[in-house]
Write a protein that binds this ligand. Structure first.
Ligand SMILES: *Cc1c(COP(=O)(O)O)cnc(C)c1O
Length: 354
């Protein structure tokens, strides 16, 4: 692929890594490429970071044709930069594109786009513990007409943002509200696709939970509101009476790469992991009789996020005394260790930027 590079004439000052939040600061350049039905993918370019110009009738603004990915580049102790399982993100992006009738992209092309941007912005990859360069590829329908149909024109962009440690004051377990009204996704819908629309639909429940002092909601399935699906924008795992359980991927759940990695780490270490349906009744019972030993969310941003309290229909339950559990901590240490190169990667998950 031929990628043209236009350098910025006014490079920004790089932020101090102690001040980094999540997705607030962006690097000097971004990757862009266009698609049309006639030409296929064309005009791959790295250009100065800046505003996009869109036709007011652009598909994405009216019909929500948008998908995205999220992955990180990590600075290792030897100064080199590596990605974590980028092919998983690339394949998932193509699966999301298929669901939303957006154009798919050859895997090698997307990998080259990612690695070329990471190389270009390498100096923005912070090195302090827990920090990384967050990469946000996204793709949207960009037809300049109001007709409703599969898109003929699309735009693919990758932006990069140095992000701080998710846990500034140590890992703090979060309080979660079980949502029994709004649902995030239904089978047959777009739950398994990483699309912006899923997020738009989940904001109301998130707001309501926040007003009551909870940081995320636990989603139940969209048909019976009976089976547990995800927590906020993360997958969820439980340890109940020694059994490690995560909801099976039924179509309305996003197939997280952190979820998959947790399962693979646990299996390699000899644990059984049940991917199955888990109902709110089963969880309530385990909360009430004290057999819920640990609960945690998992996703790229936080890696692992312990749940310290769950609230269901105004009943509050504390998990593991409100502290992070041993298994949750172990998964956090193992995954972050592999990601930043402190722990040997026996899985072949890391991808060195050369
Ligand atoms: C991105 C995402 C996840 C986590 O996926 P990772 O690949 O682990 O980052 C989980 N649920 C939803 C809804 C997501 O959008």
């Amino acid at each position: 692929m031929n990628i043209s590079i236009t350098k910025t004439t006014c490079p920004k000052e790089k932020p101090d890594s102690s001040t980094l939040g999540f997705g607030k600061v962006f690097t000097d350049h971004m990757f862009m490429m266009d698609y049309s039905k006639e030409k296929g993918w064309y005009d791959a370019r790295i250009i100065p970071f800046g505003n996009l110009s869109l036709h007011p009738a652009s598909t994405v603004l009216h019909y929500g044709s948008e998908i995205f990915e999220g992955l990180k580049a990590y600075r290792r102790a030897d100064g080199k930069v590596q990605l974590f399982r980028p092919m998983e993100n690339i394949r998932r992006m193509n699966n999301s594109a298929e669901r939303l009738c957006l154009p798919q992209m050859p895997e090698e092309m997307m990998l080259e786009a990612l690695t070329t941007l990471v190389k270009s912005e390498e100096a923005w990859t912070p090195s302090a513990p827990g920090t990384s360069l967050y990469l946000r590829p996204y793709l949207f329908g960009n037809d300049e007409s109001l007709g409703v149909h599969a898109v003929h024109n699309a735009t693919f962009v990758i932006i990069a943002s140095p992000v701080g440690s998710y846990y500034k004051e140590g890992i703090n377990p979060v309080k979660i509200m079980i949502e029994d009204e709004d649902v995030r996704a239904v089978r047959g819908g777009t739950g398994y696709a990483k699309c912006g629309g899923n997020y738009a639909a989940s904001n109301r429940a998130g707001e309501r939970a926040a007003q009551k002092g909870y940081s995320q909601v636990l989603w139940l399935d969209g048909v019976e509101r009976k089976y547990i699906e995800e927590v906020g924008a993360m997958n969820v795992m439980f340890k109940i009476n020694g059994e490690i359980i995560t909801p099976a991927l039924t179509g309305s759940i996003l197939p997280g790469i952190t979820r998959k990695s947790c399962i693979e780490v646990l299996k390699k270490e000899g644990y059984n992991v049940s991917e199955r349906l888990i109902s709110i009744d089963e969880l309530s019972k385990a909360m009430a009789d004290g057999t819920l030993e640990e609960a945690w969310g998992c996703g790229t941003a936080a890696v692992v996020s312990p749940i310290g309290e769950l609230c269901y229909k105004d009943h509050k339950y504390t998990v593991n005394g409100g502290n992070i559990g041993a298994l949750t901590q172990h998964l956090y240490d193992t995954l972050t260790g592999i990601q930043c190169g402190k722990i040997e990667d026996t899985f072949g998950w890391t991808y060195l930027i050369k």
